[in-house]
Design a protein around this ligand. Structure first.
Ligand code: COS
Length: 379
């Protein structure tokens, strides 16, 4: 068993780390404060090849692995997890289902510009009355000749309004429950496809989360993704991959919080010595680092299983659940180590604590992850 990253993977981490230091870090607080998604930074990540890392060269990618991509998400997340969240949602949740279930035409038309980083993608599953319970969705798609007519709406959509391409789920046969869901590719700009409320969020404020509204949207039948009725499976398999991205994002947040806490604990002097010399603080740091390493290993293991073509739903759910709880715990401890300064918005750990929270919630709450893990164990 090998635990080392390859030289290429270390080089990738270094390249992204340099980019993050030079380009991403300078405006991270302002973007959070102003709730600003900086598309130029996303475009630059595309130019660096991050949006196409795990797709083949003929589709605009560089033929890398999902583990490479998880490393990229982690590295971006250390500096700006809002940006990591936009990247991960586009690549795992929009690009991947097109790569897996799309026709050749769909891949050339939609996946290629996404993988090349010229377009941004989104995944539209959640509805007002259908969050954890995906089969409860009320958006409908009714076939009329060569088109489907979509009506309904989606909420909490990462990259909503900013993205050019949306993988959207709708009921084509409501009587069949989860087997009556189908997936569609919707480009931005289709008549009747509009954007509603932009969420004002606790964290990841540098990424956009928005409502989608469908009013008699005419979707050509060749924009059906996969087969009619295959939508639930497409959504679940996309979320399996997406959870590796959330886990990587959480590991990045945890690493950033730990780094800040170590630096501060070595500098901050109380009772005549740095607080890092107080055993109570040193032991907190030790526990934070140990949990983080376990979260990282679970994340890489899930990505590796995906790359090897093995079942990985359980592994991804474990990684997502453990890494997100870990990020929340580490960020909270980092705030504690900073004391009053940790509660101040002048220091980055309060942003990390706010941002960690969403990793326990989106792409399935951690309660849902336990359902996925338990159902795999008991199957
Ligand atoms: N990968 C591939 N197929 C999957 C799948 C996955 N991860 N999860 C479910 N499916 C398939 C099932 O195998 C089943 O197909 P068949 O009937 O052909 O065997 C079909 O989808 C319907 O699944 P169903 O939900 O009826 O039963 P299961 O017992 O397989 O799954 C759980 C139960 C709870 C594990 C599943 O419904 C689930 O993962 N729900 C979580 C939903 C979720 O993540 N919500 C949050 C959304 S956040 S945007």
């Amino acid at each position: 068993m090998k635990f080392d990253l390859s030289d290429d993977q270390k080089l990738l981490q270094q390249r992204i780390g340099d980019f993050a230091r030079d380009k991403i870090a300078p405006g991270v607080d302002e973007r959070d404060e102003n709730e600003f998604f900086d598309r130029t930074l996303y475009d630059e990540m595309g130019s660096l090849g991050l949006t196409g890392l795990c797709y083949s060269r003929d589709l605009g990618g560089s033929g890398g692995t999902y583990l490479d991509f998880a490393l990229a998400v982690e590295e971006v997340s250390k500096t700006d997890d809002s940006l990591a969240s936009s990247l991960s949602a586009s690549v795992f949740l929009c690009q991947w289902p097109i790569s897996q279930y799309g026709t050749e035409d769909q891949k050339q038309k939609y996946l290629k510009p996404l993988a090349e980083g010229r377009h941004l993608g989104a995944f539209a599953l959640t509805e007002r009355n259908a969050g954890s319970d995906v089969a409860g969705m009320q958006t409908t798609a009714v076939r009329q000749g060569g088109e489907y007519i979509l009506n309904g709406g989606k909420i909490f959509i990462t990259n909503g309004g900013e993205a050019e391409t949306y993988v959207v789920f709708a009921m084509t046969d409501p009587a069949k429950g989860s087997k009556g869901i189908s997936a569609f590719i919707l480009p931005k700009g289709l008549p009747g496809f509009n954007f509603g409320k932009r969420e004002k969020k606790m964290g990841i404020r540098g990424s956009v989360t928005r409502e989608l509204i469908f009013e008699n949207v005419k979707v050509p039948a060749d924009q059906l993704l996969g087969a009619e009725g295959q939508g639930f499976k497409i959504a679940m398999t996309a979320l399996d991959g997406g959870r590796i991205g959330v886990a990587a994002q959480a590991v990045g947040i945890g690493q950033a919080a730990l780094d800040h806490a170590i630096r501060y604990a070595k500098e901050r002097v109380q009772f005549g010595k740095p607080i890092a010399s107080q055993q109570i603080v040193a032991f907190m740091l030790a526990n934070m680092a140990t949990r983080l390493e376990a979260a990282r290993l679970l994340t890489y293991q899930a990505a590796y299983a995906k790359d090897e073509g093995r079942p990985f739903s359980k592994e991804a759910a474990m990684a997502k659940s453990y890494a997100s709880d870990t990020a929340m715990a580490i960020a909270t401890d980092a705030v504690q180590i900073f004391g009053g300064y940790g509660f101040s918005r002048e220091y980055p750990v309060e942003r990390l604590m706010r941002n960690a929270k969403i990793t326990q919630i989106y792409e399935g709450t951690n309660q849902i992850q336990n359902i996925v893990i338990a159902s795999a164990l008991l199957r």
